[in-house]
Design a protein around this ligand. Structure first.
Ligand code: AMP
Ligand code: MG
Length: 326
């Protein structure tokens, strides 16, 4: 429903603003997957630019049809509905790939990232809407239907088996990063190689703008500090409870949940992860938010080429850890 509303107020603007030899800069924006998606790229003509934006946003819409947990008929929800049936379900390449990446991130992060957290995420969404803190029984019941080892994958047949009834998959922690990667692939097919896709804070960058050595990306630590990095051919993602959280009896709980407790994070302020791949960057920003500074120091080495800027509350103070190249 939420996605339908956003689609209804689509804002697509094409604004060529600068001329660099043969190519002009274009920017487009559209509400997708519950967030503003911004696309900036350099193209040779208005018609190529319009076609490219249509293809890139079209690809995101296609992915949303598959992966939205707000749509009963989405492929992911139909798969979840078969949990506990004992049947292996053949799925699309996109759904299989994203679940396989999720699975690998779960294994490399000691389970802090978990795509099977759907029942707990649903419980939190409901609690946030009603402002009623879930009981320990409700939390335990939701948690009992989670666990990434209950999701079996067969790469040969692209099939998935969810072993327990009531399981629910939620790719909210990495779906936008995947969508940004896929959108950029559509641009490359049309010969557009200098592009930035910002999918609600999950950003994929290709070559720098013509005549420059990188895209200027400004990131914040969630309180007072800003950093501007010049980046290209890389991805970065930010996770933070700035807008999405539950406040109960003066305590703020993030929409990111710790799989071990089934409760929204208390100490999290903001995490930015940079990685060669957008799906991984998105998953890592969520995973490292759960892991916190000390555990992230241990698990970051499982992701060569990735860096992180993590800020968390430690009592009244902020603790941070930053491995981003300045
Ligand atoms: P992000 O903004 O990328 O950090 O994604 C947050 C979303 O990921 C939440 O709204 C949930 O849908 C989902 N999520 C929450 N906690 C986790 C977790 N521990 N592992 C994986 N996904 C999560
Ligand atoms: Mg994420």
């Amino acid at each position: 429903m939420r996605n339908l509303l956003i689609t209804a107020i689509i804002l697509v603007i094409s604004v060529p603003v600068q001329l660099f030899g043969q190519v002009k800069r274009y920017s487009f924006e559209k509400g997708l997957m519950g967030s503003p998606f911004k696309l900036v790229f350099y193209a040779a003509s208005d018609s190529i630019a319009d076609e490219a934006a249509k293809k890139a946003f079209g690809r995101v819409e296609e992915l949303n049809e598959i992966m939205s947990d707000y749509r009963d008929g989405s492929e992911i929800n139909r798969l979840s509905a078969q949990s506990g049936s004992g049947k292996w379900i053949r799925v699309s390449k996109d759904l299989f790939d994203i679940l396989a990446i999720s699975r690998s991130v779960s294994e490399k992060t000691d389970g802090v990232f978990d795509v099977t957290l759907g029942p707990v995420v649903q419980m939190w969404r409901h609690a946030t809407r009603k402002n009623i803190f879930p009981s320990s029984e409700e939390i335990a019941a939701a948690r009992s239907k989670t666990g990434f080892s209950k999701m079996k994958l067969n790469a040969n047949t692209k099939s998935v088996l969810l072993t327990q009834k009531g399981m629910r998959l939620d790719i909210g922690g990495l779906g936008k990063g995947y969508a940004a990667e896929e959108a950029v692939k559509e641009l490359k097919k049309l010969g557009i190689t200098s592009a930035m896709m910002d999918a609600g804070g999950k950003i994929v960058l290709t070559n720098p703008p013509p005549g420059s050595d990188g895209w200027n990306i400004t990131i914040s630590n969630g309180s007072d500090s800003l950093k501007t990095l010049r980046l290209s051919n890389i991805a970065l993602a930010t996770s933070g409870p700035t807008y999405r959280y539950m406040e109960y009896e003066g305590v703020r709980y993030s929409h990111i949940v710790d799989p071990k407790t089934g409760i929204g994070l208390l100490f999290h302020v903001r995490t930015t992860a940079i990685s060669p791949d957008g799906t991984i960057a998105d998953a890592l920003a969520t995973a490292f938010s759960v892991a916190g500074v000390e555990k992230t120091k241990k698990i970051l080495k499982n992701f060569p080429g990735s860096t992180v800027w993590l800020v968390e509350k430690s009592g009244d103070k902020l603790a941070e850890w930053n491995t981003l190249r300045q």
